[in-house]
Design a protein. Structure first.
Length: 397
C-alpha cells in the first residue's frame, strides 16, 4: 500500500515510493529506493522534504497515526509536458543511472548471476516518465556518446528511442515499460561475446561475425532464467536483427512473422547504430540514417519507418542543417507543430566558411522579413563540425 508520511517518522527499512518533490530538488539518482542507512535519511531531511510516500509492501510500515493519506492518483505527475530546461536534469540522472545499471547487469550476466529485475524496472520506469514529460531531453542527451561505452550507451539509447516511438504510437504505459525493458536488454548476450570481437577496429571476418551473431541466443538464454520476462521483451531481444525480406538472423523470419515489437526494434536498433561513431566506422547524420531506412524498403516495415520519422522528426535533434540564407544550424529541439519547423541554433556561415555567434531560432515564430527555412541536412564530418559542441545538453552530460 502507498502511504504519505511525515519526515519525522522516516526509518531505515522503509521503501520510498515518491519523495513528493521535483527530481531536481533531491540528491538521489532514483525516485524509488529502499532506505538502508542513516545517511540517506539525513539527505532527505537536508533536501527540505517535509512529507513523502512509502510503499509498505516493499518496506516496513509506519504507525497508523503517522500516515497522512494514500497516494493521490496524479503522483508522480508524468503526463504534464514540462519544459526542456526543467526536464534536462532529471533526464541526465535517468541516462546516467541507466548506463550504470546496464553495465552492472551485463557484468553479472557474464559471471552467470541472475539478473535483478527490480533495478531494470525502476530504470525503465524513469525513462518512461521522462519521455512522457519531454522526450526531447532524453533524445538530445542520447546524441552525446563515448566510444568506449558504445555497448552500454547503445542499449540505453535504443530503450529511450523505443519508448519515444511507442509513445507516438499511443502504446499504454505498461507496454512502454515492456518495450523500454526490451531495448535495455536487447544486447545483454554480448556480455558472453569475446571482447576482441566486440572492440575489433575493423570489419569482422566470416567466422567472427558468426560468433557475434550468437549474442542473440545468449540473450535469450539469460532472459529465460529471469522471472516474468514478458513476450514483448522476448520478441524484441530475439527479433531485432530479423528483416522483412528474410535476410536477418537468427531465424530468417519474414514479413508479419516478425512481431509488431520486433519490427519496431529492428528500425530503432539500426538507426541508433548508424548515427554514432564505433570502433570500426564513423557515424552518419540522423537524416542520412533515416534515408537509409527508407532506401532499405525491403528490409524494414516502411509504415513503421514513416511513423518513426514522424516521432523523431525529419531533422532529429543533433542534426546539422543548411538554411536558405547560406548559414548552418544545429537542431536543438523538435518542432511542436510540424516536422519541418524545429528549434535550431545557427552556428556557421558556409559562404565565409567560419563560425558565427550562435543564435537560436524557432522556425515557427519568425519575423517575416528575416524568415529562413531548412533546405537540406549536412554531413558534419565533411565540414569538420561536431553538432554536440553546440548543444546545451553537453553541460548536463
Amino acid at each position: 500500500m502507498i502511504k504519505k508520511i511525515p519526515i519525522c517518522k522516516v526509518e531505515i527499512g522503509m521503501y520510498v515510493y515518491d519523495l513528493n518533490c521535483s527530481w531536481m530538488q533531491h540528491p538521489f539518482a532514483m525516485n524509488q529506493f529502499e532506505i538502508t542507512q542513516q545517511d540517506e535519511i539525513e539527505k532527505i531531511k537536508r533536501a527540505g522534504i517535509k512529507e513523502f510516500y512509502i510503499d509498505t509492501e516493499k518496506g516496513i510500515n509506519v504507525e497508523a497515526d503517522a500516515e497522512l493519506g494514500a497516494l493521490p492518483p496524479d503522483i508522480p505527475d508524468a503526463d504534464q509536458n514540462t519544459s526542456l530546461t526543467n526536464e534536462l536534469l532529471r533526464a541526465t540522472k535517468v541516462k546516467q543511472e541507466a548506463i550504470r545499471v546496464i553495465s552492472t547487469i551485463m557484468e553479472e550476466a557474464r559471471l552467470g548471476k541472475l539478473i535483478n529485475v527490480g533495478h531494470i524496472e525502476q530504470v525503465v520506469e524513469n525513462i518512461v516518465l521522462s519521455a512522457l514529460s519531454n522526450k526531447d531531453a532524453l533524445l538530445g542527451l542520447m546524441r552525446l556518446r563515448k566510444l568506449d561505452k558504445y555497448t552500454f550507451e547503445h542499449a540505453v539509447s535504443v530503450s529511450i528511442l523505443l519508448v519515444a516511438f511507442g509513445e507516438s504510437l499511443a502504446l499504454s504505459k505498461e507496454e512502454l515499460m515492456q518495450v523500454g525493458m526490451g531495448g535495455l536488454l536487447m544486447d545483454i548476450g554480448k556480455s558472453m561475446t569475446p571482447p576482441s570481437i566486440i572492440t575489433k577496429p575493423g570489419k569482422l571476418s566470416k567466422d567472427e561475425f558468426a560468433v557475434m551473431r550468437k549474442h542473440v541466443a545468449y540473450s535469450q538464454e539469460i532472459l529465460e532464467k529471469m522471472q516474468n520476462a514478458s513476450e514483448i521483451v522476448m520478441n524484441i531481444v530475439i527479433e531485432h536483427h530479423e528483416r522483412m525480406d528474410g535476410t536477418g538472423y537468427p531465424m530468417g523470419k519474414m514479413g508479419d512473422d516478425i512481431s509488431f515489437h520486433g519490427q519496431m526494434a529492428a528500425i530503432v536498433d539500426v538507426y541508433d547504430a548508424l548515427t554514432v561513431d564505433r570502433v570500426y566506422c564513423l557515424g552518419i547524420s540522423p537524416n542520412a540514417a533515416l534515408k537509409k531506412l527508407i532506401v532499405s524498403k525491403e528490409k524494414f516495415n516502411q509504415e513503421f519507418v514513416q511513423k518513426f520519422i514522424h516521432c523523431i522528426g525529419i531533422y532529429p535533434i543533433g542534426s546539422l542543417v543548411a538554411l536558405s540564407n547560406g548559414l548552418f544550424a544545429v537542431v536543438i529541439e523538435s518542432g511542436k507543430q510540424g516536422l519541418l519547423h524545429p528549434i535550431i541554433r545557427v552556428i556557421f556561415d558556409s559562404t565565409k566558411r567560419q563560425f558565427i555567434t550562435p543564435q537560436d531560432i524557432n522556425l515557427l515564430e519568425q519575423d517575416e522579413k528575416e524568415m529562413v527555412k531548412i533546405v537540406s541536412a549536412i554531413e558534419p564530418g565533411k565540414w569538420r563540425i561536431n553538432p554536440a559542441d553546440f548543444m546545451d545538453y553537453a553541460r548536463y552530460n
